[in-house]
Write a protein that binds this ligand. Sequence first.
Ligand SMILES: [Fe+2]
Ligand SMILES: [Fe+2]
Length: 253
Amino acid sequence: MVNATPTAAERLDAAEAQMSDELDRVIARSVLYTSGERDPSGPMELPFGSLPPGKYVLQGADPRLKKMPAKPTLLDFFKYRIGPANHLLQSAKHALRGGHPEHVVLACLLHDIAVMGFIRSDHGYWGAQLLEPYVTEEVSWAIRAHQSLRFFPDESVGYSYPEHYIKIFGPNYQPEPYIVAEYERYRKHKWYMTARLICLNDIYSFDPNVIVALDEFEDIIGRNFRQPEEGLGFDATPSSHMWRTIMWPTRFL
Ligand SMILES: [Fe+2]
Ligand SMILES: [Fe+2]
């Protein structure tokens, strides 16, 4: 009898089993990695339940990923963990060309950092929380708020509902009530326009032929991002653990 074609999750499991044999370490993926492909409320095999003698779980850096420096900077994260960053770089370049102040350029450069490097769902909130200890309150506020504002047009500044969203969400998509409520609050806020500028400079075309180099923003990052001496992840801020998870995504605990 011919076996049924394996699902994406089964193929991933098989590839990881083979990889873990080669690495001599068992890799356990967080629930978040597989939730949706698997029902997280269903039974789950404990990866340490069947560890053969001398075989251990992966606790630390994943050898399949590029090695990070001991004291990683934001630029290191861009180089080794966040990618492809072209969308962010293009948006920042657009803001720079538009003559916007540095904090707006930085906000554009980092606005989707969560999507590119961490978690897609509720990306504005995750991104803001990740960055909060290192940027001004205005920048992290704007990154959080862009997630809601981008669904609502503001003709006074020439921002229409993105065509791209009709394509990817469908013509009848309605944002959830919490997004509508956030938008109502944010539009009256003193930093509304900073968040709106993120949406205005957000390049929805994702043109693969336009390449912007990260080096162009090194100075702006240097002046507007508080790089910790100990390295991101090791500076004991409320988001250090998030940087560590991006660095070591398959660490067992
Ligand atoms: Fe976004
Ligand atoms: Fe974006």
